[in-house]
Design a binder for this molecule. Structure first.
Ligand code: TRP
Ligand code: SF4
Length: 330
């Protein structure tokens, strides 16, 4: 069985973009693969080092979410990055042999540095993609389900693996491949990409009345359609994008036809989308709340998963230390 690995930062509540963009893919891949899904709390520290108290609650919430969307701790190893210290050791060793220029030229680096709210001018933030390379390679993962914005990090991961092999004349790490989601990006309520920082998200913990409110009052539609009698263009309408993701085929076809001939009003159309969303999201929301109420149960699952992950990671580290001629004393 091929090994799959991915991770999400515990840096705030998950929204529909995470569900469609990443989590659904995780669930799909736990079938037929040996899968490892982690919560990257060290990565969250690169931007939350001044708000450390937020990370553990967000970790629990993300664990509750992993389970609620259908990840099964019997099939997938669910774990917390900071509980497997071997990642830090591999990161350190990689940092000795990775040219600084490889990290400085990561396209997201300078951009994030300038746009972020926190000061990201730290050593750890520059090394973010290298820690990610360690996360992936330590499990010898073959596939990594991620969003498009992570492709460069995967490329860097492969380059680090090649350099390691070249320098120490070994072939420790298989080259990991990204697995992109088949689904297109989820638009936010305003039509831009859904993101917590744009304040345009529908969160997995939003209650039905909040979802209804957000869909009917906040969601953008075709701006050219001013009156109900004006025909609309679903192709440029975020509401229609949601229909395609969450409504039945019949509804999608109906909206596609009726909108163009002004046969359906935008308010009605948005209410339908809200109902489709609620139908899909409400069972997930209830499971998240229910899982969160059992903190001890969540901790057990994470402790167990972290132990299983550690067994794999420490085996890889044995090979790495040997390749780098580090001693094993006592
Ligand atoms: N950088 C990833 C993101 O922001 C999170 C991440 C950290 C990750 N380590 C990983 C993803 C290893 C995949 C594999 O989405
Ligand atoms: Fe968008 Fe629906 Fe209005 Fe058409 S009817 S413009 S798809 S909200």
């Amino acid at each position: 069985m091929q090994r799959v690995l991915s991770g999400i930062q515990p840096s705030g509540s998950q929204h529909i973009g995470h569900l469609v963009g990443a989590l659904d893919n995780f669930v799909h891949l736990q079938q037929g693969h040996e899968s490892f899904y982690m919560i990257v709390d060290w990565h969250a520290l690169t931007s939350k080092y001044e708000k450390v108290e937020e990370i553990w609650p967000a970790t629990l919430e993300l664990a509750a979410t992993y389970l609620a969307v259908g990840l099964d701790p019997k099939k997938a190893t669910l774990f917390v990055q900071s509980q497997v210290k071997e990642h830090a050791e591999l990161h350190l060793l990689f940092s000795m042999m990775t040219p600084l220029s490889w990290l400085e030229r990561v396209p997201t680096y300078k951009e994030k540095l300038q746009n972020a709210v926190a000061d990201l001018g730290s050593y750890g933030f520059l090394g973010y993609p290298l820690l990610q390379a360690a996360d992936i390679l330590i499990y010898k993962a073959a596939k990594v389900p991620v969003g498009e914005d992570q492709l460069f990090h995967l490329e860097l991961t492969r380059e680090v693996a090649r350099r390691f092999h070249f320098l120490y004349n070994v072939s420790t790490f298989p080259e990991p491949q990204a697995v992109l989601t088949p689904t297109p990006k989820v638009p936010g309520l305003d039509g831009r990409k859904m993101s917590k920082s744009y304040d345009n998200a529908i969160f997995l913990r939003d209650t039905p009345d909040v979802i209804l409110e957000k869909c009917t009052r906040q969601m953008a539609s075709d701006p050219a359609r001013v009156r109900k009698t004006d025909p609309g263009n679903p192709d440029i309408c975020p509401v229609f994008a949601f229909h395609k993701l969450f409504s039945s085929m019949e509804t999608v076809e109906m909206v596609n036809t009726e909108c163009r001939q002004a046969g359906i009003g935008c308010f009605d159309c948005k209410k339908r989308v809200a109902n489709a969303l609620i139908e899909r999201m409400e069972p997930i929301r209830q499971k998240i709340e229910c899982n969160l109420a059992d903190e001890a149960g969540l901790k057990d699952i994470l402790a167990d998963g972290s132990g299983r992950a550690r067994a794999v990671a420490s085996e890889t580290m044995r090979e790495v230390r040997e390749a780098m001629k580090l001693p094993t004393l006592g």
